[in-house]
Write a protein that binds this ligand. Structure first.
Ligand SMILES: NC(=O)c1ccc[n+]([C@@H]2O[C@H](COP(=O)([O-])OP(=O)(O)OC[C@H]3O[C@@H](n4cnc5c(N)ncnc54)[C@H](OP(=O)(O)O)[C@@H]3O)[C@@H](O)[C@H]2O)c1
Length: 312
């Protein structure tokens, strides 16, 4: 495994983090809790010590499944969870208020079956709550031992400006990024270079399109899969055509190195976005093992340039 010490912290985590969104069980088609628990155990056995989830994934189910997978293994895991996205009466809204954080942290701790969270992220920022109030509450949670560190997710340039005076407080920030989605590259570089936080990528396989298993003819998802909606742009129209060209390039590179296609998509991020962590959602051990082939080697500069060009 390759590890990185997260900025402003003493947390040493695997550069491939297991993503917990599919563990929520909602919107990812046919999934099984047993498979997730086995995959969590196998991840730990293979050197992965970093797990990402959120209170809103499957309305708490993802945290419960992760908690179950970590029974007896809590000391081997760095848990990152998030607060701030609420779904009530079918409506989704962002809430960063200190009162809500108090409720959210206790619910997350109870679902995860732990008495501390390693990294607590603001999932989406609601600027109605001043950033000082959010920081004060998170500092209070640190002091009483409910969290060890805190970070951010999905910030834009405006939000980056409000964070600047608090450099050093937030340790990391995650955003969507992959060969299929380059639009947040500057944000993530700003997170790393100007805000001094560790950048983390979500949707690192473009919700699965970069795994190489999808073709124009088999992207027909069932109604229980969020990707059946065309807002999941990676699987539709011109974007799909472009993604399949990227997959062709990845296939060539995978053959050169005798690696799997998804592992090459992950390796691109590890090599190109230096000092980052790549979060990847997996449903079972086979996917995990295929992705972990990303570890322990590098793409050549020519391969990086080729993937860079074809995906831009
Ligand atoms: N901060 C945020 O707002 C935010 C938002 C979204 C996600 N996240 C985090 O980032 C994580 C990663 O994003 P994501 O899960 O949305 O997307 P992703 O990692 O790009 O894609 C995950 C999906 O790809 C497929 N897959 C993964 N490995 C594979 C392999 N080796 N072979 C074939 N298929 C494979 C699986 O679905 P199929 O088998 O069904 O294709 C899996 O569920 C999430 O789990 C979550 O922890 C954060």
């Amino acid at each position: 495994m390759e590890y990185i010490t997260l900025k402003n912290s003493d947390l040493n985590v695997s550069r491939v983090c297991m993503g917990g969104c599919p563990m929520g069980g909602y919107g990812w088609g046919d999934v099984s809790e047993e498979d997730f628990v086995e995959a969590i155990h196998s991840a730990i056995d293979n050197g992965v010590n970093f797990f990402d989830t959120a209170d809103v994934y499957g309305l708490g189910q993802s945290e419960k499944t992760l908690g179950k997978g970590l029974i007896g293994r809590r000391d081997k895991a760095v848990i990152q969870t998030k607060f701030g996205v609420r779904i009530e009466n079918g409506k989704t809204f962002y809430d960063n208020s200190p009162e809500y954080i108090d409720t959210a942290i206790n619910n997350s701790l109870s679902r995860l079956g732990t008495d501390y969270i390693d990294i607590y992220l603001v999932h989406y920022r609601n600027t109605e709550t001043p950033i000082e109030d959010v920081i004060n509450k998170l500092e209070e949670l640190k002091k009483i031992g409910k969290i060890r560190y805190y970070g951010l997710s999905n910030i834009n340039v405006e939000m980056a400006k409000e964070i600047l005076p608090y450099k050093g407080k937030f340790i990391c920030c995650q955003d969507e990024y992959s060969l299929a989605c380059r639009k947040n590259e500057e944000n993530l570089k700003c997170v790393r270079d100007e805000l001094c936080m560790t950048p983390m990528t979500w949707g690192s396989l473009g919700q699965g399109i970069l795994s190489g298993k999808y073709t124009k003819d088999n992207v027909n998802f069932g109604a229980d899969d969020r990707r059946s909606r065309d807002i999941y742009v990676n699987f539709y129209g011109e974007k799909l055509e472009k993604n399949l060209k990227i997959v062709e390039a990845l296939k060539e590179i995978a053959n050169n190195h005798n690696k799997t296609i998804p592992s090459c998509a992950i390796r691109f991020i590890l090599d190109y976005l230096t000092d980052s962590v790549v979060i990847v959602g997996v449903k079972r051990i086979a996917q995990l093992m295929s992705n972990l082939e990303a570890i322990g080697w590098n793409l050549t500069n020519d391969e990086i340039d080729y993937l860079d060009r074809i995906s831009k």
